[in-house]
Write a protein that binds this ligand. Structure first.
Ligand SMILES: C[S@@+](CC[C@H](N)C(=O)[O-])C[C@H]1O[C@@H](n2cnc3c(N)ncnc32)[C@H](O)[C@@H]1O
Length: 362
């Protein structure tokens, strides 16, 4: 009975239900019907937010289920090694925390929150951000509930297997109702959305948030060391390549202006940080993390050891010139470093991101 109610709420009854519900396969091991009947009822956030009945949903579903992404597996690109790297949710926590604070700021009133802020993580992978909140910040986990979205069925099935609320959808057609979320985050891979789909993605993000809610879009400036690392190292040394245009401040501003909700753009310190017992172990752990996350292990192995890999990272992530071009002074670590802290050694790779923050008019 509950399942039928959720099935109805999710809007399936309005859209050639039988044909689409049995679509092979919404997720690698599940039809849409299985998902609506077996998964949605377990997660109140899915039950209240999903809507598969909007115009165009049938076409979006067919495109989605015919899509393979580089994040599905190592056979299609770097999915398995990417997920392996993300098992340690502490590495990117500095940036993740700031993004979630920015997204949820409009929902936070002084005193204990009446209810947690709901955040859709559009490019959520297998739930890295949701896991990070659970593992790194009990204070934030009372304030923020994350709904993980992703294009990849493999990613979403793995998020669900960890008990996280998750939905397979494309950024430019969200299977969510109007105004059902407090905030939307587009981060860690926004450049993967094709330029022609970016206005649609921002428009969709603004549609699904309530008035007063925020859309936060994070990426790396086309002139930043991170974008250069993708072009000079990831693109030539991975099977799938990495030919995705990044963003600039102007492009971000124009995008939100065009979507009808102006944004302000800030610089955000978003480092990679690992800890280990010795200086050498800290460097090695960092090289391993980067090798898996960006799918460049074979290339790193060919360099002949941790020292050469670390030197490559030092060259690629030197930020002095880039930081000098920023519109405002920032206090970011300018180059990769290893330093002792609390009886261990920390390796830190700086990354400077650009972030657009927009608030939907009330
Ligand atoms: C770099 S991963 C980031 C995953 C996760 N947020 C993290 O930080 O570990 C980028 C993710 O975006 C997803 N993705 C790419 N294009 C997308 C699109 N158009 N709509 C939704 N997700 C997309 C990919 O499948 C992939 O899981």
């Amino acid at each position: 009975m509950v399942a039928d109610e959720n099935h109805r709420k999710a809007g399936l009854v309005n859209m050639q239900a039988d044909a689409l519900a049995e679509l092979d396969f919404y997720l690698p091991s599940m039809t849409l019907n299985d998902y609506l009947r077996g998964v949605v009822p377990i997660h109140p956030l899915l039950a209240s937010a999903l809507d598969f009945s909007r115009p165009g949903a049938d076409k979006a579903l067919r495109v989605l289920t015919a899509t393979t992404t580089e994040f599905d597996s190592d056979d299609t690109g770097r999915g398995d090694s990417y997920r392996k790297a993300q098992r340690d949710s502490s590495v990117r926590w500095t940036g993740i925390r700031q993004l979630l604070e920015l997204a949820s700021a409009s929902a936070v009133e002084p005193g204990p929150p009446a209810r947690p802020c709901t955040v859709l993580d559009v490019l959520g992978g297998d739930g890295t951000l949701a896991r990070a909140v659970r593992e790194q910040a009990t204070d934030l986990s009372d304030r923020v509930v994350i709904l993980t979205g992703d294009l990849s069925g493999e990613m979403i099935e793995r998020a669900l297997a960890q008990g996280l609320p998750a939905v397979r959808q494309a950024a430019d057609h969200l299977f969510l109702g109007d105004g059902v979320m407090d905030a939307v985050l587009l981060a860690y891979g926004t450049h993967h959305i094709a330029p022609q789909g970016r206005l649609g993605a921002v428009t969709e993000a603004l549609r699904v948030i309530r008035p007063g809610g925020r859309v936060v879009l994070h990426d790396f400036d086309t002139t930043s060391p991170m974008a250069r690392f993708f072009t000079d190292v990831v693109h030539p040394h991975t099977e799938a390549g990495h030919d995705y245009p990044h963003f600039s401040r102007d492009v971000l501003t124009e995008l939100f202006d065009e979507a009808g909700t102006p944004a302000h753009v800030i610089d955000l310190y978003d480092p990679l940080i690992v800890r280990a017992a010795s200086e050498e172990d800290a460097r090695r752990r960092m090289c391993d993390y980067v090798a898996d996350m960006y799918g460049v292990r074979a290339y790193f192995d060919s360099l002949g050891g941790t020292d050469s890999c670390w030197r490559l990272l030092e060259n690629c992530f030197a930020h002095e010139e880039y930081l000098a071009t920023l519109p405002q002074m920032v206090d970011f670590t300018p180059r990769p470093v290893v330093y002792p802290a609390n009886g261990a050694f920390v390796a830190e790779i700086p990354r400077s991101a650009i972030v657009a923050v927009a608030q939907k008019v009330v």
